[in-house]
Design a protein around this ligand. Sequence first.
Ligand code: APR
Ligand code: PHB
Length: 391
Amino acid sequence: MSRTQVAIIGAGPSGLLLSQLLHTCGIDSVVLERRARAYVEARIRAGLLESGTVALLNQAGVGARMMREGLVHDGVELAFDGRTHRIDLKALTGQQMMVYGQTEIQKDLADAHAAAGGRVLWQAEEVAIHDFDGHTPRVSYRHAGARQQIECDFIAGCDGYHGVTRASVPAGRITLHERVYPFGWLGVLADVAPVADELVYVNHARGFSLCSMRSMNRSRYYLQCPLDDSLDSWPDARFWDELRARLPEKYAARLVTGASIEKSIAPLRSFVAEPLRFGRLFLVGDAAHIVPPTGAKGLNLALADVGVLHQALVEHYRAGSETLLSEYSARALARVWKATRFSWWFTTLMHRFSADTFAYRLQLAELEYIAQSEAAACAFAQNYVGLRPPH
Ligand code: APR
Ligand code: PHB
């Protein structure tokens, strides 16, 4: 049986960042990941970072390429009823956003982790966690054909929504809150110049759309679509036609189309598990909560959890104190619920839920209110750039 201080399940952004931050403080960890490294790095996910997330990646020493290649955005546009309104995030909050793909973060983390001699067991099968209520938790798994075990002080469940750690908590000790939305997002990545310098969120009678980007020559576009649509029914030409139909005129005229390099349909869901600590097991990131992508809070929330848990573990190992460990769940959830509320609200404001014209007119009224009231714009901007933790 081998030993480590912190056993981390999952080598997504949460697991790798936690391991890297712990390493910079001299705390030993082992990461167990079900998939191969190439598979994890090929997943196309979000790409919009709050300044707190940028700071944390820099603190972990993995931010150099992001600072060189990432695009800094001072504002964001809301489009509705044929018009556009820019929210000046920087003027309203003093903060900016960073466009940098999660795929790139994943590579930067894995490279830095490997360079620092960090241990990731890629393709670890049958991972199971044991005795997390006792003093010496264990993780068992199969790797390279052999069954093995690791003894540890703590287990960090960074294994995403479908992971094993949350599922290992007895049902009576965990509460799950969930909302499933009646549509999905059809996403396309294409090597074409984006229609605008900043992101554009579009409320349209035909359905929501979003113009995002990964660089000034790689665009990421999304369309609200029925949940049961298949990719076969969305050849590139239909995607571009539908996007053009939903864009305000000035952007429709500027839209550059091209072959898609990735296309996928994702369902939208809100999900929060409570609490996030069970003895010596901590749930982190997507294992603990999911938000719909409207507003791009998922990755930011996940990495904020990592920051809070990292601080708590450092305090434990340096000062022998349990205080921050015992506060992890409440501190992380305080931010999670506010971002869950914002993501639900922004989703509700921008999507077509039904043919109900009353609901549509209310959306337009609220968007007009945001466009004319600095207080309303400020409330939007504060949530969009990320609310700071309460303590
Ligand atoms: N054993 C080992 N690894 C597992 C297991 C298991 N039983 N189950 C899942 N995993 C791995 C997955 O293969 C995945 O690589 O855990 C990892 C979880 O990574 P993510 O799903 O990316 O979750 P997280 O690291 O919390 O990332 C934050 O927020 O909104 C999102 O897009 C955002 O994916 C990002 C996430
Ligand atoms: C993305 O670029 O993938 C993205 C950006 C903003 C969002 C959601 C997704 O709100």
